[in-house]
Write a protein that binds this ligand. Structure first.
Ligand SMILES: C[S@@+](CC[C@H](N)C(=O)[O-])C[C@H]1O[C@@H](n2cnc3c(N)ncnc32)[C@H](O)[C@@H]1O
Length: 312
């Protein structure tokens, strides 16, 4: 495939997909779909389509998906991979798939959440879920507030699912004298503008919950990555090691960009990684915002105990 223009390496997105799918809390999803026969799903910043491959089996059979990304190369990959995935699972009759190149930096383009966009399965527009995975830490507080306002006033949007939202809880086992300096630099670096204003970074999960809780019934569930020996067994050593290499590289590059020389830390961590002696935990939260009801008023609450990557 052609090189990505937004800077997100498709190889990295494939590596993280395996971990994301293992830890995402599936119990949040039926709260949107219960009792419905057909749904529409708008996946913002879809990358190569990981969110469809995770959510589609958890939703009612008839689905209409719109995948949106600014990056034409990733979007083309998403279209191909999701079409192949739907064919492989015998889902092409029940699930329709559109892709759209679009820039989210000024908010969601109105046409994207128009209920009649692309035709409907029945006479009336299906209830819509707007979703995005691994996006919220890239956006600013102001962008998030506008996004929530826009969705609050769009009646047919019944749920918003922001998945694998970084929550700042990162840790290493064993610990190292430079961990805190690296983590602090990583978090400072995350605030750099990615096209949406000063990025939320480690504040993303809390900001998403509190912003939506003003007008929506919000449920949070843990989707933390536990990159440990059990995860290595499950994913296979080669894929797991590549994932850890990428993740360590992100820490070292971010620290260097913030003026902290993390090369010695990176070398120590890499040696531990090669000996299967390193565990990294990267804290994520999935946040589902649903229209409030008497039984489920606006506000935020936890939905579960923390999920873990199952052992092989
Ligand atoms: C961390 S990746 C997540 C991809 C995918 N959702 C996943 O979970 O694998 C962030 C995505 O945001 C997209 N993106 C970045 N800036 C964007 C913008 N201004 N408009 C639309 N998409 C954008 C990137 O192209 C990339 O696909």
């Amino acid at each position: 495939m052609k090189e990505s223009t937004t800077g997100f390496d498709p190889h990295w997105l494939s590596l993280r997909e395996a971990v994301d799918h293992a830890v995402r809390p599936s119990q949040l999803v039926p709260r949107f779909a219960a009792g419905t026969e057909a749904v529409r799903v708008v996946d913002l910043a879809c990358g190569t389509g990981s969110n469809l491959r995770y959510l589609s089996p958890l939703l009612p059979a008839r689905q209409r998906w719109l995948l949106l990304d600014y990056d034409a190369a990733l979007l083309a990959e998403a279209g191909q991979r999701c079409s192949a995935w739907l064919a492989k699972h015998g889902r092409t009759d029940a699930v329709t798939l559109d892709t759209r190149r679009g820039d989210l930096s000024a908010g969601i383009p109105d046409a994207v959440i128009d209920p009649s966009e692309g035709g409907t399965h029945g006479q009336r527009p299906e209830p819509t879920m707007v979703t995005a995975s691994a996006l919220a830490d890239l956006v600013s507080r102001e962008w998030l507030e506008r996004f929530a306002d826009q969705l609050t006033t769009t009646d047919h949007v019944q749920a918003v699912l922001l998945a694998t939202v970084y929550n700042g809880a990162v840790s290493f086992d064993p610990t190292d004298q430079d961990d805190q300096a690296v983590i602090d630099a990583f978090h400072r670096n995350m605030h750099r503008d990615k096209g949406f204003g000063p990025a939320l970074g480690a504040e993303a999960a809390r900001a998403v919950s509190t912003t939506f809780a003003q007008n929506w019934a919000v449920m949070e569930a843990d989707s933390t990555w536990n990159l440990d020996s059990a995860c290595r067994l499950r994913m296979g050593a080669a894929v797991f090691d590549r994932l850890l290499e990428f993740q360590l590289g992100f820490f070292v590059d971010a620290a260097t960009a913030e003026g902290f020389d993390a090369s010695a830390w990176g070398a120590r961590r890499d040696l531990q990684r090669s000996r299967d002696q390193l565990t990294i935990r990267v804290g994520h939260t999935d946040v589902l915002a649903a229209r409030p009801t008497n039984a489920n008023p606006a506000g935020a609450r936890r939905a579960d105990t923390p999920s873990r990557i199952p052992t092989a």
